[in-house]
Design a protein around this ligand. Structure first.
Ligand SMILES: *Cc1c(COP(=O)(O)O)cnc(C)c1O
Length: 382
């Protein structure tokens, strides 16, 4: 049997592939952070972030993964005993609840079936029951299921109340439309190892003036992630920033800006449409109730071992998809089309899935998924 060269294809919804130009930025000489030379680079990175967040508010750089930015949001908005609403329809919505409880919020957790999305009506109903709610914690793209929540509509509802709206857009930002200022979102959090095409290690968070005011008066215990320190020092950093990652961020935002935010949304949407067309052609069922542009989650066909096929694809062929988390373990496969990817990355993923499913005994016509995706791309004129 011939042996193939081992290449790695990252097709999970984070970390995502990193372009060589960004990798090389990280190899540059580490300079001191309290210098005009460094500050100039950080300012470029931050200006780019403002554009990508679609905001005039400051965006702060945290030395953490995305969850650190989530914790920063809760720690700076919630006093012990404050009322909060969180939406749990997957692993990451559940995390909002865990963090809120850790900071002793009086939490009203909306628990939905995983894969489902929250309606603006449901948010209104809960806010009417508790109009003194301090903050609503939601997710743009629930990465554990592939579902997107209607954030623009939810923002309209939350604006009628005193509460601030906080959105976890860790996987969603850049792939899925989000306009922080126009939609009136108070806090947006993200991490760079997804749409930003970077190695992990930076969390980004933006606060509206209203949210910053709340943070000023927040009595919760916190220190490293006290946003008031970041705000006072902005655009400089209160502590040593992840210098080489900030070089990479400056490069990343330069590349992303060149594509334009609308261009990014369109590219991701097309990759999502092509992937869903492929899955349909392969008679695979989409798991998410409202699938978005970040990833396509499919139900593992009966008689196929969902855990084994994902490890086989990764360990034998170098193609890394994500399986299901928690109760979804073995039940779904998550095929990402996020970050530094084009039509041919999508096709590699679909082809690998067709071949692996065939090996695992599922009856699929080889090439059927690839053909459907190719058609979508050609018809879109790429
Ligand atoms: C990846 C992800 C997280 C967790 O981010 P980490 O960087 O792993 O801490 C949280 N929420 C969503 C929606 C994500 O996609």
């Amino acid at each position: 049997m011939a042996k193939m060269v081992r290449k790695n294809y990252l097709m999970a919804p984070g970390p995502t592939p990193v372009p060589v130009d960004i990798l090389l930025e990280g190899a540059k000489d580490t300079i001191h952070h309290r210098t005009p030379q460094y500050l100039e680079i950080q300012k470029r990175a931050l200006d780019g972030c403002k554009y990508l967040f679609q905001t005039e508010n400051p965006v702060f750089i945290l030395s953490s993964s995305g969850s650190g930015a989530m914790e920063t949001a809760v720690a700076n908005l919630i006093n012990p005993g404050d009322k909060a609403i969180s939406v749990n329809s997957g692993k990451f919505g559940e995390r909002w609840g865990d963090i809120c409880r850790a900071f002793k919020a009086d939490l009203n957790e909306i628990v939905l079936e995983w894969g489902d999305f929250v309606t603006p009506e449901k948010i209104r109903e809960e806010l009417e029951k508790n109009p003194d709610t301090k903050a609503v914690f939601t997710t743009l793209s629930e990465t554990s299921t592939g579902t997107v929540h209607p954030i623009e509509e939810i923002a309209k509802v939350v604006k009628e109340f005193d509460a601030v709206l906080v959105v976890d857009s860790i996987s969603g930002l850049l792939a899925q439309p989000l306009k922080m200022d126009e939609w009136g979102i108070d806090v947006v959090v993200t991490g760079v190892q997804k749409g930003f095409m970077m190695p992990p290690g930076i969390g980004l968070i933006s606060f509206s003036p209203k949210a910053l005011e709340i943070a000023k008066n927040c009595t919760n215990n916190r220190y490293y992630f006290d946003i008031n320190y970041y705000s006072k020092k902005f655009p400089d950093s209160p502590w040593t920033p992840p210098i080489n990652l900030v070089y990479q961020l400056a490069k990343s935002v330069e590349m992303l800006k060149e594509e334009t935010i609308e261009g990014l949304w369109e590219r991701h949407e097309l990759m999502a449409i092509a992937t869903r067309a492929a899955m349909k052609a392969m008679n695979l069922e989409i798991f998410a109730k409202n699938p978005g542009n970040v990833l396509t989650s499919i139900k593992v066909p009966e008689n196929v071992d969902g855990k084994k096929i994902v490890s086989f694809l990764r360990d034998s062929w170098g193609v890394t998809f994500a399986g299901g988390q928690d109760t979804l373990k073995g039940k779904i496969i998550r095929v990402a089309h996020l970050g530094y990817m084009s039509q041919f990355d999508v096709i590699v993923g679909i082809s690998a899935l067709e071949m692996a499913l065939t090996k695992f005994g599922y009856d699929v016509e080889l090439g059927s998924g690839v053909k459907a995706a190719e058609k979508v791309f050609l018809e879109a004129g790429v």
